[in-house]
Design a protein around this ligand. Structure first.
Ligand SMILES: [Zn+2]
Ligand SMILES: [Zn+2]
Length: 484
């Protein structure tokens, strides 16, 4: 429990920024808006509309709900892709229906407009932060927006249909939302010409009937990202036959999985084997405690990212980590909000030695790690020569130890970003002393600058229990800032 000295008063906490940025509408935008005011005119103008103006026109029509124009634009869409960004305003059943009506016209046409190049519509994918309408390829977008993995690693789907609609299905509390249900039924009725490609599947709470119904039509091979949330361990008996069909699964997230079994059953394995999984993310899954090795048996290929948060780990879990298969080519390792303060971290050091040739991101955050514990990891840490990001935020390090830590990270020539906790000396009986942070950080930074040119270094205090605010000191401004 920590309190900062700056807790804002209730009344002046929401000081709103009322300055509006004046941005004159461009001539092109004005022309578009004017045209869209008369839908019939806009529709008849489509045949002369230059290709380059299609995405902006579509976006304007989408945001302002000109559904007739949306419908008319689909059969003459001059690009292979039409990507409706997750962040776009007015994504609802009406705009979806308008687009699907356009697709119906396209399917029914015996002779297509020579202009139409449309092959794929992406209706929803919340992992891509696209704001408006995108006409580039999905592959390009993946590379451009997330730089997650090279295109050749995406297995894609083998289903060949003339048109593909990709989406992300979310089964929330056992049900699909209105738009997803509509899209699903629409595609089911046109399954000869449309492939509904579901690359992302999110199941939050299980209703068996819905899952059975969906998997009758859904191609399990297409699922690349799967999130399973608010389930119980017992639900996996039912789900595993479906998971086994997901031969191209790349990313799996398990979140809030309750465990009510007796200890005797703990040997049972939770997941089937996955042959190309790259990222495994586990948040609040009590099953993992004492069972990490068994849990990781689902891996049949070297994993790239392992993220474990808000789970308890036992000493035996840490002890077995250097002996688990298929985690020695990790590029990202995150252990966060796990209480490690009573555990011996030497095995984690052995593990770091094994992954040192590939590891790029190491985050050990909010684990209650103390000086002496991390000290045992320092020799191994120095060998992780590929590290680009390290974060040890929200652990309990003294000034003396932080100096020692930085002497080690100073050797890591690839480091681009380092986040360290503010030294314990910056707190006095639960009160944050920001002036101490301001005074102590320059000498810490000197350790790094003496060895190399550090790029991004931040020291952060614990969040105030009262207002959630915290202080940072960073290399860029060389000063202390309060964040809330
Ligand atoms: Zn505060
Ligand atoms: Zn597919």
């Amino acid at each position: 429990m920590v309190i900062c000295s700056q807790c804002p008063d209730e009344d002046d906490s929401s000081e709103e920024d009322t300055t509006e940025v004046y941005s004159p509408l461009t001539l092109e935008k004005l022309a578009r808006q004017r045209l869209l005011r008369e839908e019939a005119l806009a529709i008849s103008a489509l045949k002369d509309l230059p290709h380059l103006l299609f995405p902006a026109m579509f976006e304007e029509a989408f945001i302002n709900g000109h559904t007739k124009v949306l419908t008319a634009m689909i059969p003459v869409w001059p690009y292979p892709y039409l990507y409706v960004g997750m962040m776009i305003k007015n994504r609802n059943l009406e705009t979806l229906k308008a687009m699907l009506e356009g697709l119906d016209i396209l399917i029914a046409q015996k002779v297509r407009s020579s202009r139409c190049k449309l092959r794929q519509i992406n209706w929803k994918n919340k992992y891509h932060n696209v704001i408006g309408i995108w006409a580039g390829s999905h592959e390009l977008l993946t590379r451009f927006m997330t730089q997650k993995q090279p295109v050749q690693n995406s297995p894609g789907c083998g289903v060949k249909k003339e048109l593909k609609v990709t989406t992300q299905l979310e089964i929330m509390e056992g049900r699909l939302d209105e738009s997803d249900r509509y899209l699903f039924q629409w595609a089911q009725q046109r399954k000869d010409s449309i492939h509904l490609c579901n690359t992302n599947l999110e199941i939050q709470g299980l209703t068996k009937a819905t899952v059975i119904e969906i998997f009758k039509f859904l191609h399990a091979d297409c699922v690349q990202d799967l999130m399973l949330c608010h389930l119980s361990i017992e639900d996996f008996d039912f789900l595993n036959p479906y998971l086994r069909q997901m031969n191209n699964l790349l990313n799996l997230t398990l979140c809030h999985i309750t465990d009510t079994r007796s200890m005797d059953d703990s040997e049972m394995s939770l997941l089937p084997t996955f042959h190309c999984l790259q990222t495994l993310s586990v948040n609040d899954v009590p099953y993992v405690y004492g069972n990490l090795k068994g849990f990781l048996r689902c891996l049949k290929n070297p994993l790239e990212s392992l993220i474990i948060t808000e789970c308890d780990l036992s000493q035996s879990d840490l002890d077995c980590l250097p002996y688990c298969l298929n985690i020695f080519e990790l590029r990202y390792l995150t252990l966060a909000s796990i209480n490690l303060c009573d555990l011996l971290l030497e095995p984690l050091g052995f593990f770091l030695e094994r992954v040192g040739h590939t590891l790029e991101n190491l985050e050990l955050e909010s684990c209650g790690i103390q000086d002496s514990q991390l000290n045992t990891l320092l020799p191994a840490l120095s060998q992780c020569s590929q590290l680009r990001v390290v974060s040890f935020n929200d652990n309990e390090f003294s000034l003396l130890f932080l100096k020692e830590l930085l002497h080690h990270t100073a050797q890591l020539s690839q480091l681009e970003r380092e986040v360290c906790p503010a030294p314990l000396e910056c707190y006095d009986r639960g009160i944050v002393l920001s002036h101490r942070l301001e005074n102590l950080c320059p000498e810490l930074l000197d350790i790094l600058t003496a060895k190399r040119m550090p790029m991004e270094v931040t020291f952060e205090t614990i969040e105030c229990s009262n207002c959630g605010g915290f202080y940072t000191y960073d290399l860029e401004t060389e000063s202390c800032h309060f964040h809330i």
